[in-house]
Design a protein around this ligand. Structure first.
Ligand code: 5MM
Length: 324
């Protein structure tokens, strides 16, 4: 087994998941403001320190995705985040895309950018201790969207990113997110997710990406957020059907995003998915479903760090797979 394979397997093994704490400065600042906290660099740092220093986090979390700002920050005792994470038994990941931009030729749709200078940035993140990376493509369901061009452009960029990472010995977490916004039924999400993942598979193959050295971070197949819900078993069956039809068996693993679902729904869906047979390990790489309760409990109060950490511990515990 190569180091790349071992790192990828470690991210999705033992029932553990990946904590997505890589909100961009703009997103994190908005979430702090919504929680009544001033959106300063120090508050972003303190909040991420609260998350990663939660006692025994490594029992349920394999690695933490940081944004580049956090990668350059220190925990209270002066150690850089990657050093502190390694001491806690957590792998460091970093978001290396630079966000979405309007896609020329596809009005209203976006493409995720960040390929310029990517090899140098990935090398520099690796030198700071990152062993995995993340890139998120965003595709919205609407009238006639996502179109073929948006799917092509976004999956092509994901594949190029993944290959750059693997060439640098860094495990790519490949995130093609079909958003839940809308009132479409589950079948529409299934059809579009299938199209996106089929295009992604072709692009990954063309780029020569090694499936055993990458982690896929997809959306679950659900009805739109504004549609009537489906029971967890229905979500699980549709999700596994689409993934097994499109992804190779030797993928290192699948780590789902939560996509704005409630913490309860995301955990129930993950449990139902795990109950079905799949050729690869299945786990979580949630952002909001793990950290929203912690942010609300802390709300910037230094005296409430323990309450924030207790909330995170509870959400991680809901999602860790317990050995049978
Ligand atoms: C943590 O949020 C990540 C970064 O978002 P922005 O670049 O938009 O600020 C995001 O990519 C996240 O990792 C995924 O969406 C999964 O998070 P959720 O909340 O959907 O589980």
């Amino acid at each position: 087994m190569t180091t790349l394979h071992a790192t990828a397997a470690g991210l999705v093994g033992d029932g553990k998941g990946i904590l997505a704490a890589d909100e961009s400065i703009g997103t994190m600042s908005r979430r702090l403001e919504d929680a009544g906290v001033a959106p300063t660099e120090e508050h972003r740092r303190a909040y991420r320190e609260l998350l990663v220093t939660t006692a025994d986090l490594a029992r349920g979390i394999s690695g933490v995705i940081l944004c580049e700002e956090t990668l350059h920050q220190q925990v209270a005792d002066g150690r850089g985040f990657p050093t502190a994470l390694a001491a806690l038994g957590l792998a460091t990941g970093v978001k290396v895309d630079t966000g979405t931009a309007p896609l020329a030729g596809a009005p209203g749709e976006t493409v995720t950018e960040g390929l310029d200078g990517l090899a140098d940035r990935v090398a520099s993140c690796a030198a700071r201790g990152a062993v995995f990376a993340k890139w998120r493509a965003v595709l919205a369901i609407g009238h006639g969207t996502p179109g073929a061009w948006a799917i092509e452009a976004n999956t092509h960029a994901l594949a190029r990113y993944a290959r750059v990472c693997q060439d640098a010995g860094v495990v790519p977490v490949v995130e093609p997110e079909v958003l839940t916004a809308g009132s479409h039924p589950l079948e529409v999400c299934a059809a579009i997710t299938r199209r996106v993942l089929s295009a992604l598979r072709r692009a990954l193959d063309e780029a020569g990406v090694d499936p055993a050295g990458m982690v896929l971070k997809p959306n679950m197949v659900t009805p739109g957020a504004g549609a009537a819900p489906v029971d967890p078993d229905g979500v699980a069956r549709a999700t596994v059907e689409v993934l097994t039809a499109t992804m190779p068996d030797d993928l290192a693993g699948v780590a789902f995003l939560s996509g704005g679902q409630s913490s309860e729904d995301a955990a129930a869906h993950l449990t139902a998915i795990r109950a079905l047979p799949t050729p690869w390990p299945v786990t979580f790489s949630f952002g909001r479903a793990l950290v929203s309760p912690a942010l609300a409990a802390w709300a910037g109060d230094p005296g409430a760090v323990g309450a924030g950490q207790a909330a995170l511990t509870r959400e991680v515990g809901r999602n860790v797979a317990v050995a049978a």
